[in-house]
Every structure is written in C-alpha cells, then in structure tokens.
Design a protein around this ligand. Structure first.
Ligand SMILES: Nc1ncnc2c1ncn2[C@@H]1O[C@H](COP(=O)(O)OP(=O)(O)OP(=O)(O)O)[C@@H](O)[C@H]1O
Length: 323
C-alpha cells in the first residue's frame, strides 16, 4: 500500500479578529495525502485553504492538532520539514532585483546545497522551464508567465518530495496553463507529490487523483472526482434549448417525473436527473405541448463544478466559525 507522505490530525487555527472576537479559520481538519499523488484542495473564498497551506508549510503554527510529513511531526523539526517541501505561493514573491539564475542559486544555497550543486540544479531547472535564454535578465523584466515558471523552478530546485501549489495558474493564459500543467505532471511522474489549490474546476477534474472540498474551515468531502460526483443526488443533466425560451418552462419542467432539480442557464434549461438513462419520451411529449420548438437536447454527466456548488457555501452551509 502507498504510504502517506503528509497527514494532519484534527488541525485547527484560530485568529483574533477584534478585541474580543475570534474566528476558527480551520476547524479540525484530518487529511492523508499519499506519496506520489496529485491532491486537490478546493474551496470557496474564505474557506481556510491559505491558512491550511501556511500551516502545512511551517509558515504558521496550528492552534491545536498535529501535522506529519513522512510520519514525523513537522513542529519537532521545521527546518527538516522545509527541506521536504517546496511552496509556490499565490503572489509573486521572487526577488525581482536579481536575475532568474540568482533566484535559483540563492534559494538552493539557502537549503544547504554547495556552489557546484546549486549551479548544476540552476542549469537543469532553467532548461526544464524554458528560461535558459533569459537566465541573466532581472526578474523584474519577466512576463507574468515567465515569472510563474520561475516560481515553480525555484520551489523545485532543492528537490522537495512534496510541492504545494497555491493557485498556480491564476492569471495565466490557456496556453501557459497547459504548458505549466505539462511541467507539473512531469515532476509528478518523476515522483513528486503535488498538493494543489485552484479556482479552476477543470484542472483538478482532469488532473487530481483525489480532491478534498473544504468550506467554513472543515472538510466537506474527500474522494476521486467520480466518487465526489456520486454525492450529488442527481448527477445527470439534460440540457435543452428552444427556438423561443420562456421562464415558465422551468416551473413546468419541475413537475416532470424523474426531474430532481431545474436550473436556467441563460436561455438553456438544465434538468437534473438521477438516472443515466432517463425516459426521453416523457420529456419530448412535454416539449410538444409548448408554444415553441425544440432546438437541441443532450444528456451529460455533472461536473466537479456542480459538486462544488452542491457541497459549499453556494449550497447553503452555515458559517459558525466566529465567537
Ligand atoms: N491573519 C489573519 N487574521 C485574522 N483572520 C484571518 C487571518 N488569515 C485568515 N483569516 C480569516 O480566516 C478565514 C479563512 O481565510 P483563508 O485566507 O485561509 O481562506 P482561503 O480559503 O484561502 O480564501 P481565498 O480563496 O479567498 O484565498 C477567513 O475568514 C479570513 O478572514
């Protein structure tokens, strides 16, 4: 069985938000991340993701609970833990007055590598991340995409076992997002465990082995994308467009057999049904009674986005974290 590289046991974090009020930003999180997996940590704004990442990467101490890397508590030896992890923060925290090469070699030396190994690693990662030609330029002259690649290269240069990526593709165009993901997957294939937060649902849906959905400081669900989709009561969607749309169609559709939920998306009617093989005859019969004609009708599986909406604040979970 694959071993856990990262484990958290009932981790909490309180912050004082005024003289006499505190918030439990993280309310008791248990996680097990397996060696070599790509683990997604998703949640809406304010869910507690950044606070959790700060604790996992030794930047903040938990109020209570334990964090283990390779079964060893990180608080016992934070310097040792930092050797094991690489962190790609949300913001650009590169040293912009230095060149790309200097950013990499200084970081490597900070982690105890000698000059020659630091230079070798810099060569390797500048090549790998397509930055060799611009290695002697100041980072302030870099485009957003180049800076993002350098941030990942820097997080990797001491060859950590687990790489934390906090919204790594935010602000990147689709082409760069694809290139970055290719690089991240290559690192993962070479053995690096990836811990990812992102607001783009397609990325974890396609790339993560398992996903935790967090909201209001607590884990709402953990599993593979397919397992999470099973948590939605009706996870098949019939999408219908008409030549002329009327909002009344939604109310009528709610009364159709098998239909659990109806959503209007622009002028498209989405009917949520449990069965992967719904009775289209009944739907067609209803459409024939309408004062319009059918344009398109199709059946699809729900996406991770639907799961996210179902499980998080948009689905109505109460926030009871302040006291
Ligand atoms: N240093 C702090 N002091 C007080 N409250 C804080 C502090 N850091 C975070 N919080 C609060 O803790 C809660 C969780 O915040 P956190 O930044 O961890 O959420 P997040 O899931 O990363 O959100 P986002 O997606 O917006 O980055 C929020 O209510 C936030 O206001």
């Amino acid at each position: 069985m694959t071993k856990n590289i990262l484990q958290t046991i009932n981790v909490t974090k309180d912050f004082l938000i005024s003289k006499n009020r505190k918030i439990e930003a993280v309310k008791g999180i248990d996680l097990e991340v397996k060696q070599g997996e790509i683990f997604g940590f998703l949640g809406p704004n304010g869910a507690g993701k950044s606070t959790m990442i700060s604790m996992l990467t030794t930047q903040k101490q938990p109020t209570s609970g334990e964090i283990l890397i390779n079964n060893r508590p990180i608080l016992e030896n934070p310097a040792w833990a930092r050797q094991k992890i690489g962190v790609v923060a949300q913001h650009n925290n590169l040293d912009k007055g230095l060149t790309a090469r200097e950013n990499l070699t200084y970081h490597a030396k900070y982690f105890g590598l000698d000059d020659s190994t630091a230079n070798q690693r810099a060569d390797e990662y500048l090549e790998k991340f397509g930055l060799k030609d611009r290695q002697h330029d100041f980072v302030r002259s870099y485009s957003g995409g180049m800076a993002q690649r350098l941030k990942i290269a820097r997080a990797m240069v001491h060859q950590p076992e687990i790489l934390f990526l906090d919204e790594p593709t935010t602000g990147l165009d689709p082409a760069y997002r694809a290139i970055l993901w290719e690089q991240i997957l290559t690192l993962n294939k070479a053995g690096t465990t990836i811990f990812l937060t992102t607001h783009y649902m397609e990325e974890p849906e396609q790339l993560c082995d398992r996903i935790a959905i967090v909201d209001k400081g607590k884990i709402q669900a953990i599993g593979t994308t397919e397992e999470l989709k099973e948590l939605i009561p009706a996870n098949n969607i019939i999408s219908i467009t008409f030549s002329d749309f009327s909002p009344e169609f939604a109310q009528q559709a709610e009364r159709l057999p098998e239909v659990e939920n109806v959503v209007v998306k622009e002028e498209e009617l989405l009917l949520y049904v449990k069965s992967a093989h719904p009775d289209f005859n009944q739907i067609m019969e209803w459409i024939r009674t309408l004062d319009t004609s059918l344009e398109t009708i199709s059946l699809s599986k729900s996406t991770l986005d639907d799961v996210f909406i179902h499980l998080t604040s948009k689905g109505g979970i109460k926030d009871d974290r302040t006291a």
